[in-house]
Design a protein around this ligand. Sequence first.
Ligand code: GRF
Length: 187
Amino acid sequence: MTRVAILISGSGSNMISLCNSMLTERFATPVLVLSDRKVAKGLSSARKLGVKTRCIEYKDFHDDHGGFEKSLLNELISVKADLICLAGFLRILSSSFINNFPKKIINIHPSLLPKYKGLNTHSRAIFSGDFEAGCTVHEVTPELDDGPILGQARLPIEPNDTKEILAKKVLKLEHLLYPIVLRRFVS
Ligand code: GRF
C-alpha cells in the first residue's frame, strides 16, 4: 500500500479530506502529516484522525532553507513515505529536494492552471473577467505551479462573487478533487 505524507502550513482542510478518503477507502495509508508551523490548525485535526504528526518549525532555521529541507527529508525517510501531497504548504521546495522524490510529489492549486500561478488566484480570476474558476492537482517540479496536470475541477464565477466567496466555493471543490486524483495517481 502506498505510504502518503501530507505537508501543510495552515488549516489543513484538504489534508482532512485526503486522510478521510484514505482511511475509509483504504487505497493508500496516510503515514504522516507534517507542518512547517507549530500553529497550523491542521496538526490537531490530523491527530484526531489518528494520523502521526510532526512539526518542523521553519522559523527555527533562521532562513537556512537547506537545513530545513534536510530535516524534512529525514522525517519523510523515517516514515518511508512513497508519495508526498502538498496541501496548503507555504514553502517553495528546492529542485534538489524535489529530485529526491521524482514524480512523487503532488500539489493542489486554487486556479485552473496554467492560469494564475502563485498567489491571489481568485482576485486575479475575477479581475480578469473570467467566467469560470477552479482548482488543479499537478505534479511538483522545480518551476512553481508548473508540473504536469493530473486533474482539474471547475465552476462558474457568478456576478456577485467576491474573492472570499469564490475562495470558499473553490475550496469545497478542492476537497472533492484531491482525493479522486490521489486515488487515481496511486493506482
Ligand atoms: C488551498 O486553497 C490550496 O489550494 C492552496 O492552499 C489552500 C490550503 O487550504 N494551496 P487548506 O489548508 O487545505 O484548508
